[in-house]
Write a protein that binds this ligand. Sequence first.
Ligand code: XMP
Length: 326
Amino acid sequence: MNMIVRPENMQRITTPELAKAFIDEQVAAVRAQVGDKKVLLALSGGVDSSVVAALLIKAIGKQLVCVHVNHGLMRKGESEQVIEVFGKELDSNLIYVDATDRFLDLLAGVAEPERKRKIIGNEFIKVFDEEASKLSGISFLAQGTIYPDILESDGVKAHHNVGGLPEEMQFSLVEPVALLYKDEVRVVGEALGLPHGMVYRQPFPGPGLGVRCLGAITRDRLHALREADAILREEFDNCGLAEKVWQYFIAVPDFKSVGVKDGKRYEGWPAIIRAVNTTDAMSATIEEIPYSVLHTITNRITAEVPGINRVLYDLTPKPIGTIEWE
Ligand code: XMP
């Protein structure tokens, strides 16, 4: 990627008015760049790609083709929200690919974290490439690159970015938010009318729940993880922690412990809560979740999620623990 330098004197986008001016400017710039050609975008539903999608829909409408690949490792309700917002409300040209079986079949029996990441990353490119090659007349590729991605592209985060494109796919790039920081992208997203929950979504790793369903992924344990994670998010929404905590999620390891349910032995997996605060993800501290909230979460997860019989809270800061478990 070419090094783009953010002008020192560039106005930071902090208000709806400034966001509106930025949007108008980018709409004009995108129209001038693209003309009547078609643009392709991999839409994960994360903050950056969602804001780029909304901006491009405003600029060029159905000349934008969004491809959402559901790798089966999304959080509960996420792919559905992409379909609802972009397919229905914004009436975009959205191609939805449910590739769950492809990913989970390839991942079956694979326990090593970096191999899991590689499989997910490579398969993602393959699925996206297949979809792209079915389309004709695409001249541009849009990307949700933001300024920190450019700054960090040689650094630690580089291996984190799932995707990237096959060498032979040569498109010109459309990167309308490449000079913005994350908080600016969010202000722009709100000004574009995207749902608050989508714009203020916590960071989610490209390999998704794949790195939180520890060891070799099985469908039943992945299902338990997704349900437990949804309960955690719901309870964090209820008590106001969702607005405050930087990243929070459940990890489910691949071992069971003995428990008791309805007077009978009940073997189940533990659900491990992680809730951390950080500014740059290089180091992180632990959120002090009130005990009453922890009790509610524990009661709900153990009662509502088949297969889980214990809830643990990970108190380890980074360093020494990384934010993700694998
Ligand atoms: P760690 O676990 O390294 O995580 O402390 C730091 C931040 O990076 C995210 N993360 C990933 N993001 N692909 C991604 O896109 C990955 O493979 C990946 N691994 C970790 C993690 O969620 C945290 O925000």
